[in-house]
Design a protein around this ligand. Structure first.
Ligand code: TXA
Ligand code: MG
Length: 317
């Protein structure tokens, strides 16, 4: 059984020895390894049963570490880092050749972020290499937002889970990519913890990922973040009628529906609180005695966009 604990130096020793360790971030828990050690990175893919065409995010301790993995950093990237780092914004930039192809799935770009969790920052600061880390869930399943979520699914496979408490943001980082062609522009690859509105105020409208050279990565693939139970997103009363007679679990933003189970993500209508609760509630209903899970669509603004993106992918067949 995996060991859950708060010993940062133990986590650092395991990482220096080439192991993969589960780590807390402000978004979701990650499964981390030395980004410059290909054998260590391979452990991540093996543990998660993740296909190697799905590239990883590289986590750095400080801005000055960016040049170790990326090159040609545009001025607008500095503006974004000033505003949102440390925090849930991942920048995809032209990569340095030192970054192993396994990390980037052979792409000539690398995804980088500086996470905001104090334990993760301390851990990164004690290492002389950055950490490649995807979310610490089996490939395609719901992302973990507590150390226990990681233990429940990967417990046997990881030597240590660093426990930093429940994640404050609850959905993954926003990923935007710098596409240098034609003067350059930022393209949205994945909505997440920093809203498009927040980014666009600083760097103008984001391009649409459909037009860009998007890798075939599960973060962008249709079916992802999925519970095992049948899961539907849309008009809750209509869906409840459709599944009448079965025990239904409902995930709602603010309204308490009369179902076998109903989880209200934020009674006050706060999207940040809803994002924080989303994955834990989805997991809870997946483990419950409900036969069907239904979720309503959230307002398509701010963090609602990231929530709707996860709901859509989690319910994709
Ligand atoms: O909040 C987060 O971002 C969490 C925590 C642990 O930092 N990490 C996370 O990683 O969500 P993961 O592996 O679940 O999602 C990484 C996604 C890939 O699926 C892919 O969509 C995108 O990042 N990505 C990575 N490298 C890329 C690249 N070079 N170009 C485009 N997309 C890339
Ligand atoms: Mg993931």
């Amino acid at each position: 059984m995996a060991h859950i604990g708060t010993d940062i130096s133990k986590a650092a020793d395991l990482l220096r020895a080439g192991e993969a360790v589960a780590v807390p971030t402000e978004t979701v828990y990650g499964l981390a390894a030395n980004a410059f050690d290909e054998a260590a990175v391979l452990r991540i893919f093996t543990i998660k049963e993740r296909p190697t065409f799905d590239p990883l995010i590289v986590h750095i301790a400080q801005r000055s570490d960016l040049h170790k993995v990326a090159q040609q950093v545009p001025a607008s990237a500095e503006v974004l880092m000033d505003a949102f780092w440390p925090g849930p914004l991942t920048l995809v930039l032209p990569k340095r050749p030192e970054v192993p192809d396994l990390v980037t799935s052979g792409l000539d770009s690398v995804a980088v972020r500086m996470p905001a969790h104090p334990m993760m920052i301390e851990l990164l600061g004690s290492l002389d290499f950055p950490l490649a880390a995807p979310s610490a869930n089996p490939f395609g399943y719901i992302s973990p937002t507590t150390a226990q979520h990681v233990a429940d699914q990967l417990g046997e496979k990881v030597p240590y889970i660093l426990d930093g408490g429940p994640c404050a943001v609850g959905v993954e980082s926003t990923i935007i990519g710098w596409e240098p062609e034609g003067g350059g522009r930022w393209v949205l690859y994945r909505p997440g913890g920093i809203t498009t509105e927040q980014i666009e105020v600083l760097v103008g409208p984001l391009g649409n990922s459909d037009k860009g050279p998007v890798p075939m990565a599960p973060g962008m693939m249709d079916s992802h973040y999925a519970p095992r139970k049948p899961f539907y997103v849309g008009d809750v009363p209509a869906l409840m009628k459709r599944f009448a007679g079965r025990s239904i679990g409902v995930i709602s933003f603010t309204t308490d529906h009369d179902a076998h189970r109903c989880e209200v993500l934020s009674e006050s209508g706060d999207l940040a609180q809803a994002a924080r609760n989303l994955f834990a509630v989805l997991r809870e209903l997946d483990d419950s005695d409900c036969a069907v899970i239904i979720a309503e669509k959230f307002p398509e603004e701010g963090l609602g966009r990231a929530i709707n993106d996860r709901l859509r992918r989690a319910s994709a067949k």
